[in-house]
Ligand binder design. Structure first.
Ligand code: NAD
Length: 497
């Protein structure tokens, strides 16, 4: 059985693993590998490698850093189908979806290729007589990324291309459930000419994370995952003097107004609720219908659900794959059971999936609840599976209040043909990412990604300009070349003349 090892200082680094985790093919339920779980000493070795590589990489010219990123971009483009296959084999998502995530990650690499523009400072001549002032943005040092299972290629790429482009060195702790994509990218980075030690991967669980959070040589931590862990990462990391951005969970609402194009809204809701088996932080998990929209929309949803092809991600005809693990499948099924027990109307019950030839896979067919109320568990909790709940609101204001009363605020969407109302919504809604007739409004690489409230702990979103800001810190220089006219002691506070 293969073992997925850490990648430290430019090589796969088998260590005497005291603990390891099972990696599954979610479509068959089989164990396909073991992933080494890092000890604190393994983490220390990775951080030491990153610290050793830092001085040379921090001082590498912009041209050198840019060239490595361009080469990485080319390699990624060439190997993207292979990377997507790795994602499917451990995550379970269908091949086209896996390729989609690789392409969106690739766009962040392309953004980072523009680092020479992005890391520019400002210059002011003559801020006082013969005095000039200018600002610089410099790398923060060794930075760590801790990432979730649901985008094993893309979410790390929200972080390391920009961090590395800015001159930092990086330690990635990917999800232990689908760890191989990280090692594949580490090898491509090396082939692209990245010096050994600039990018390292440690695998594992809380033990590895806890060491990163307190390690004195880690300057900044980017985290993406569930809200309780995000809060813990933020509190522990900042208490140890680190800069932290920690993106958490979500419960994204999609408002459908009575004037919306219902066919369009139905297509969008199905894709956003059941794509990647609902394991997306930007998945739509709550459909808020306004007025009589539900009566027209729900039959359209049901006919689309009936036609959905659920099957192994490797099968090109599958539209929705399995869930990531048996434990996660059981958890999601438990939510469906709870919805029924609490009185929600289960219109589509996916609990008996019957996928021919894949009986041991972690499958659940799409589930659809109607008549859900905010007091129910299926409304309150992030399910992270193919379960869509419909809440019926009488008015737009009632629908908006639901969004605002929810503790999460990652993404939200409105479907309407009323431009004025859509504009009012985008202005007043208190959520980080908004879609207008777009169900999954994931910002482009050159904008920044992030939510509000319980969906983000910290001040900066990831990638885009905020990513560059997070991975650099500012310096301002005030300079005057020696001039005999300015001799003489002056105890006054410096003033402009
Ligand atoms: P998770 O929080 O369980 O794990 C995320 C990372 O934290 C993993 O690397 C994991 O090993 C580590 N971890 C888990 N438990 C830990 C603990 N007790 N102490 C320290 N580290 C720990 O999340 P997941 O199940 O892998 O991913 C799904 C979650 O991620 C969902 O809640 C989803 O909404 C969220 N997510 C959010 C975004 C976003 O941008 N806001 C994007 C993707 C996923």
């Amino acid at each position: 059985m293969r073992t997925i090892e850490h990648w430290i200082a430019g090589k796969s680094t088998p260590r005497a693993a005291e603990r390891s985790g099972d990696v599954y093919n979610p479509a068959t339920g089989e164990i396909t590998g073991k992933v080494a779980f890092a000890t604190p000493a393994d983490v220390d070795a990775a951080v030491a490698a990153a610290a050793a590589a830092l001085p040379a990489w921090r001082d590498a010219s912009l041209a050198k850093r840019t060239r490595v990123l361009f080469a990485f971009r080319e390699l990624l483009e060439r190997h993207k189908v292979e990377l997507a296959r790795i994602v499917t084999s451990e995550h379970g998502k269908v091949a086209s979806d896996a390729l989609g995530e690789v392409n969106r990650g690739l766009e962040v690499v392309e953004f980072a290729c523009g680092i020479a523009q992005l890391q520019k400072g400002e210059y002011s001549e003559n801020v006082s007589s013969d005095v000039d002032s200018y600002s610089l943005r410099q790398p923060v040092g060794v930075v760590a990324g801790i990432t979730p299972f649901n985008f094993p290629a893309m979410v790390p790429m929200w972080m390391y291309p920009i961090a590395i482009a800015c001159g930092n060195t990086f330690v990635l702790k990917p999800s232990e459930r689908d760890p191989s994509a990280a090692n594949f990218c580490a090898e491509l980075l090396q082939q692209a000419g990245l010096p050994d030690g600039v990018f390292n991967v440690v695998h594992g669980d809380k033990v590895a994370v806890d060491r990163l959070l307190v390690h004195p040589d880690i300057a900044a931590i980017s985290f993406v995952g569930s809200t309780p862990i995000a809060k813990y990462i933020y509190e522990t990391g900042t208490a140890h003097g680190k800069r932290v951005q920690a993106l958490g969970g979500a419960k994204n609402h999609m408002l459908v107004l009575p004037d919306a194009d219902m066919e369009l809204a139905a297509d969008a809701a199905i894709g956003a609720a059941y794509g990647s088996a609902g394991e997306r932080c930007m998945a739509i998990s709550v459909l808020v219908t306004v007025g009589d929209a539900a009566d027209r929309l729900i039959p359209m949803l049901r006919s689309r659900i009936a036609a959905l092809k659920v099957g192994p991600g490797q099968d090109p005809s599958s539209e929705m794959g399995p869930l990531v693990t048996r434990a996660h499948l059981d958890k999601v099924r438990g939510y469906v059971d709870a919805g029924v027990a609490e009185g929600a109307l289960l219109l589509e019950d996916g609990r008996d999936p019957r996928i021919p030839g894949a009986e041991k896979g972690f499958f659940l067919r799409p589930c659809l609840f109607d008549r859900v109320t905010p007091a129910m568990t299926v409304y309150k909790e992030e399910i992270f599976g193919p379960v869509l709940v419909v809440v019926r609101a009488k008015t737009y204001d009632e629908a908006l209040a639901l969004v605002h009363d929810n503790p999460y605020a990652n993404g939200v969407a409105i479907f309407t043909n009323d431009g004025g109302l859509a504009r009012k919504f985008q202005h007043e809604v208190r959520v980080g990412m908004i879609g207008v007739n777009v169900p999954i409004p994931v910002p482009m690489a050159y904008y920044s990604f992030g939510g509000w409230k319980a969906s983000l702990f910290g001040d900066t979103h990831v990638h885009g300009r905020e990513g560059v800001h997070f991975y650099t810190r500012g310096k301002v220089v005030t300079a005057r070349w020696p001039d005999p006219r300015f001799r003489g002691v002056d105890l006054g506070f410096p003033q402009n003349r």
